[in-house]
Ligand binder design. Structure first.
Ligand code: F6P
Length: 377
């Protein structure tokens, strides 16, 4: 954690995938910050906005009505400062970003983002900028924060989808597989699976055995149930896929040449990103192995769009206003984390590169098992 003099001019950007609550957080930072005498300039489209100097003055008028809006008024992108496609070439734009920061006489920069953004923020801190971050993502996988904003809204959307799938599943005596976002973490599928009463919940942290999944569906049929709902996290893996992934990670760690490293990394990315193919294959196998008609629903970006839930508005406002207080107190080099009902600064060095996955013995996993959900393990 670093201490600087109270900043007078602060930049704000949103980076990574958008999520509900970003505008509420921007409003929280700026409203509270204005009252403390801080001026804010927004940079559009993530870190790219700092490279191309795309700005938006964040005055009081612009904040009107944004609390309830999804997305981000600043726009976002997945660009990284040190690896950005410019003119068809991948370039390190750290120097250009530092120049823009200095040219605008910024005293600090607030980056609202997920796991990738925490790493990029640390990189810019190491380049000499005063940086604070806020943890946002529907995946809830940012380390050292109890929760991220965006998660609660997505949880509500995915739960409603499972609720709706029940009536059509039972009418047709079908298995319905529903793919839920979450990147490599199972928080969203697990939460929605519990809240929606899914019969099978498959998450990346608990690789599944297809025979055990089919056995649990057959047991339901024998018990007279007409349907089964299978909630699958986009990062879910069978035991075989998990073994393949582990072998590739080992190869990557032990690679001695650049070419070898690239080959293993490309294979790993291809395997991890083939989630739609995986879920389609899983649905077909369940249909064949159980002998019951199956259908697949992929919720996709619906889970990230639209109005933030009340919970996300409260959380984003709490983290945003705490961020303003930390700015006022001259604190930088931290993520403003949700901890024990409050908001606390956590050093970027401790957050960057970490991921919060679902522990196999998490109380949510236990609760799901106790109400009869199968994890296929
Ligand atoms: O990180 C949020 C998230 O929605 C993940 O759940 C998902 O894997 C990813 O973003 C999708 O990214 P994109 O919007 O770039 O397709």
């Amino acid at each position: 954690m670093d201490t600087i003099v109270t900043p007078r001019h602060v930049g704000i950007l949103t980076s990574g995938g958008d999520c509900p609550g970003l505008n509420a957080a921007i409003r929280g930072i700026v409203r509270a910050g204005h009252a403390m005498g801080i001026r804010f300039t927004g940079f559009r489209d993530g870190f790219r906005g700092l490279v191309h100097d795309r700005t938006m003055e964040l005055d009081d008028a612009i904040l009107s009505g944004i609390l309830t809006n999804g997305g981000t008024i600043l726009g976002t992108s997945r660009d990284k400062p040190h690896r950005m496609m410019i003119g068809g070439k991948m370039q390190d734009m750290t120097g250009a970003i530092v120049d823009t920061y200095r040219r605008h006489h910024l005293d600090a920069l607030v980056c609202l983002g997920g796991g990738g953004t925490q790493k990029n923020a640390l990189h810019l801190k190491q380049a000499g900028l005063n940086i604070l971050t806020l943890p946002k993502t529907i995946d809830n996988d940012v380390a050292l924060t109890d929760i991220t904003f965006g998660f609660d809204t997505a949880l509500g959307i995915a739960t409603e989808a499972i609720d709706r799938l029940h009536s059509t599943a039972t009418s047709h005596r079908r298995i319905i597989v529903v793919e839920i976002m979450g990147h490599r973490a199972g928080w969203l599928a697990l939460g929605a699976g519990i809240a929606g009463g899914a019969d099978v919940i498959l998450i990346p942290e608990i690789p599944y055995d297809i025979d055990k999944v089919t056995a649990s569906i057959r047991a339901r049929t024998l018990a007279g149930k007409r349907f089964s709902i299978v909630a699958v996290a986009e990062g879910a893996m069978s035991l075989e896929e998990a073994a393949k992934t582990e072998a590739l990670v080992r190869k990557l760690d032990n690679a001695t040449s650049k070419a070898e490293k690239k080959k293993a990394a490309d294979k790993l990315t291809a395997l991890q990103e083939a989630h739609v193919e995986h879920t389609v294959r899983l649905t077909r196998r369940l249909e064949e192995m159980v002998g019951q008609e199956a259908r697949l629903t992929i919720l996709g970006h619906l889970q990230r769009g639209g109005t933030p839930s009340a919970g996300d508005r409260v959380l984003a406002t709490q983290l945003g206003t705490r961020c303003a207080e930390l700015l006022r107190d001259g604190v930088s080099g931290v993520m403003v984390a949700a901890r024990n009902g409050g908001a606390e600064p956590v050093p970027l060095e401790e957050v960057a590169g970490q991921k919060k996955l679902v522990p196999r013995d998490h109380p949510w996993v236990t609760a799901a098992r106790l109400v009869g959900a199968s994890f296929g393990d």
